[in-house]
Design a protein around this ligand. Structure first.
Ligand code: KG4
Ligand code: ZN
Length: 350
């Protein structure tokens, strides 16, 4: 199967193949990142992203075929991330995937990107025991799921404001780190003292997440509490006034508070639904401190943790192929080529 992903600022294509054992083998996984193009704007600029996808999509598909040593004629199916994402970016990958599927008369699967992150820990692994809890933490989503089977996941909790990755990126921006800031903040945090600042534990109520309070606490810790009121309100300092070790302490304290908030929700979800399996995915699962805490959480409770290697955490196309195989395995029909790209996920919030 050829799988394509173009929902945000990565143009990606992969070839995946089901082995006789049932495990899904990734034969190639090519990702062309646009981070450099967006860095000077400290965020993804949708028009620039769409144009870069247009330039990259065919070279990336050709490279995925070449690395896997297959030709278009060898393909049995085509899948693509169809929602959620930047609509102009999605359209590039979706149009390419539809054109390839149509020209080869092969089945076509339009895949939800959040669901793909959720299943990404199953790439090159056996199917887990259900029911399972699921956690997706990325730049766009922070969601907890209950999976009774491999059919549509039930959403238990989501973020009422920022996604976890978005909060990492904004905190990193406050510290003067380049976009996307999550990995840079992790690096800086590795030299810092996580106990230096007592940041609030983010809380959105019930099984919901919220990171806006933590973000404001971080902003005030970096720039000071604003002086003046209304139009005369201003910050008294910037990250440039802080020493490297002060910045490292802030990064470490932020990271620790953000991760504790996620683990607290996970604990609560497990108390309500003590499942034998935990699936995790999304860009922030590349964070080593979070990985460590997820492993400890699973080990203490004897839970089978399905956590993808870091290369399948940040956006990639192998996970799109993985989610498409899950659909095939449960007997879902392929999609019609008329299915549209959509900016929102059906899984993201209730
Ligand atoms: O899954 P992903 O590639 O894209 C979305 O679907 O949003 O996630 C990207 C997010 C960004 O916010 C990025 O900063 C964050 O994942 N991220 C990290 C790390 N690596 C990526 N956050 C914290 N620590 C990391 N090591
Ligand atoms: Zn993603």
């Amino acid at each position: 199967m050829l799988a394509i992903e173009s929902s945000c600022d990565e143009t990606a294509a992969a070839i995946v193949e089901r082995e006789t054992s049932g495990a899904l083998r990734v034969r190639s996984n090519i990702v062309a990142s646009q981070h450099e193009l967006h860095r000077r704007y400290a965020g993804v600029v949708p028009e620039i992203a769409s144009r870069a996808h247009l330039e990259k999509i065919l070279p990336v598909v050709h490279e995925a075929l070449a690395v896997a040593e297959v030709s278009l004629a060898d393909l049995d199916a085509v899948s693509v991330g169809i929602r959620p994402g930047l609509i102009g970016s999605l359209l590039v990958g979706v149009s390419a995937a539809k054109a390839i599927a149509w020209s080869l008369s092969k089945p076509f699967y339009g895949i939800d990107h959040v669901e793909a992150h959720l299943w990404s820990g199953l790439l090159e692994q056996d199917l887990p025991a259900f029911p399972a809890l699921g956690l997706v933490v990325s730049g766009g989503h922070t969601s907890l799921f209950l999976l009774e089977s491999s059919a549509t996941p039930k959403l238990l909790g989501w973020t009422i404001d920022d996604a976890l990755g978005e909060a990492f990126d904004k905190a990193a921006f406050m510290l003067g780190l380049p976009h996307p800031g999550g990995p840079h903040l992790e690096q800086l945090a590795s030299h810092g003292n996580a106990q230096a600042h007592a940041f609030p534990l983010a809380d959105g109520g019930a099984l919901q997440f919220s990171f806006s309070g933590l973000k404001t606490a971080m902003l005030y810790a970096v720039r000071g509490v604003p002086a003046g009121r209304g139009k005369t309100s201003h910050f008294t300092r910037s990250h440039e006034d802080l020493s490297e070790s002060a910045k490292a302490d802030l990064a470490a304290s932020f990271q620790s508070a953000a991760i504790r908030a996620v683990l607290r929700r996970l604990r609560q979800a497990y108390e309500l639904h003590p499942c034998p399996t935990l699936l995790v995915g999304g860009g922030v699962v590349a964070n080593n401190a979070l990985r460590h805490d997820l492993m400890a959480f699973a080990l203490e409770r004897n839970i089978a943790l399905r956590m993808p290697p870091q290369s399948y955490c940040v956006d990639n196309a192998a996970m799109i192929g993985g989610a498409a195989w899950m659909r095939i395995a449960r007997g879902d029909a392929p999609d019609l080529l008329t299915i549209p790209a959509q900016p929102m996920s059906k899984l993201a919030s209730a």
